[in-house]
Write a protein that binds this ligand. Sequence first.
Ligand SMILES: [Zn+2]
Length: 259
Amino acid sequence: MTLVPLPAFADNYIWMLQDGRHAIVVDPGQAPPVFDALERHGLQLAAILVTHHHADHTGGVAALRDATGAKVFGPASETVPQPCIPLKQGDTAEVLGLRFEVIDIPGHTAGHIAFFLPAGDHGEPIVFCGDTLFSGGCGRLFEGTPAQMLSSLDALARLPGDTRVCCGHEYTLSNLKFAAAVEPGNTELARYRAACEARRARGEPTLPSQLDTETRINPFLRSREASVQQAVLAHARLSAKADEVDVFAALRQWKNDFR
Ligand SMILES: [Zn+2]
């Protein structure tokens, strides 16, 4: 099983898992990059996984399903192209002998889900987390609350440390610029940022990232760390009585306003 990101639009990734004969794609916002990859490698599309309803993650679903007969799996509580097998927390999706575990991760959208594949013949664990966790950042709160997003990120952070994090966008460099403003003293963050800049300069994706790395460099997974808390309290002029959700909300707002 190989895992590759197919670039789409300006900065989306459509993730593809393929075994040389069959493929699974995640969040195909466009059909052409997937048709190209299927043709180039001689693959048949077995399934489409959808993390949330946004058009840049679902726009290619109908054309791909109609052309290939692939099964579509998506969030039970969102409006996604039908027919779709509805999934929620605790459900599993079985395709090509792989068993994906579904985790509810509301915040970016109200019914956003993640697909987690435990370690196996394909190697380290993999999580497809859509627009919830990015490398160095997290998604905007379009439909959920800061408390929901914090709890969703906590759920992702509980996955094994060697989990490969497959996000929906190549936002890493701009996220790391913000992360460095929050934690200027984080030397691992500085090293990771330099490595990502070099990758982008070579035209390579920075993803997948690794969960262990994210817990050390991503301020949105580190909002309870003293260094991040102090930076947020000072920036947002919060009182020392602010709770963890207040701090997380102010951190997300700081990122929204950051240029
Ligand atoms: Zn989205």
